[in-house]
Design a protein around this ligand. Structure first.
Ligand code: ADP
Ligand code: NI
Length: 234
């Protein structure tokens, strides 16, 4: 099985990761992408390969040169003799997805790209998303919630987003995670995203209640439905 061998190469490359980009993330993205692909006429081989390889040239782990040239992805596709057309489709997807690319105005253009991008973004939100922010904060020595600060509203530039990496996790929900469901590109992805957003709103409501952070409850209201509203209305 070619994708099994590729998964093993990806696993080795991502072994150095401590911030939520490990092979477990990749395996969840493959699974969710294939499930989103069920309701669309997508090429599942391209979806699987792009999902497997989408983080092997992440600039945070492998540097800018690797990110610009997609060097690891190319090397793996080459090694496993993936045909040229498939490899080109996969590289096109990897080079056009990710939140930073979105902030730069770059989005995937193919159906397979939209599916893999939605699956990757969905893995940053919902229950898993909450756990990943906690793991990230621990790995960076950041606080999870600093209620002496207040969230900034509005959209950030790619530079501002990179600079925000030192902030507390709750800030990250307001900067990015609560907005993700709005930028998903497939019907099935948007449905999954809405559900996961409601889980985060519910969690934050509870966190702010337990911490006595009324001011933050107010900020959260802009993001609408919690799980109980969602279950009641849909
Ligand atoms: P991705 O590659 O999935 O877009 P990132 O590289 O931005 O994700 O971050 C990896 C994981 O760490 C994600 O789950 C993200 O939500 C989380 N994360 C990123 N920045 C922060 C932060 N400042 N505080 C808490 N969690 C963060
Ligand atoms: Ni990812």
């Amino acid at each position: 099985m070619i994708s099994k061998n590729i998964a093993s190469d990806v696993s080795k490359l991502l072994a150095r990761d401590t911030s939520g980009h490990g092979i477990e993330h990749v395996e969840r993205v493959v699974k969710l992408a294939l499930s989103l692909a069920e309701s669309e006429e997508a090429d599942k081989n391209v979806v699987t390969l792009a999902a497997l390889l989408h983080d092997v040239d992440d600039y945070k782990l492998f540097g800018q040169e690797s990110a610009d040239g997609l060097l690891n992805a190319r090397q793996i596709l080459d090694k496993h003799k993936v045909d040229e057309e498939t490899a080109a489709a996969v590289l096109e997807i990897i080079g056009s997805m990710g939140y930073n690319k979105y902030l730069e105005g770059i989005r995937p253009s193919t159906l397979e790209g939209k599916i893999v991008s939605d699956a990757d973004m969905c893995d940053a939100i919902g229950a898993i998303g909450i756990l990943r922010t906690h793991a990230y904060a621990l790995s960076k020595g950041n606080e999870f919630f600093d209620n002496t600060l207040s969230p900034e509203n509005g959209t950030m530039s790619a530079d501002q987003y990179r600079a925000a990496r030192k902030g507390h996790s709750v800030q990250h929900f307001f900067d990015k995670l609560l907005k993700i469901s709005e930028i998903l590109m497939t019907e099935a992805g948007r449905r999954e995203g809405e559900k996961r957003k409601a889980i985060m709103v519910n969690f934050l409501e509870e966190l702010f209640a337990e911490e006595g952070a009324q001011e933050w409850q107010g900020y959260l209201r802009a993001y609408g439905a919690s799980v109980s509203d969602y279950n009641g209305n849909k």
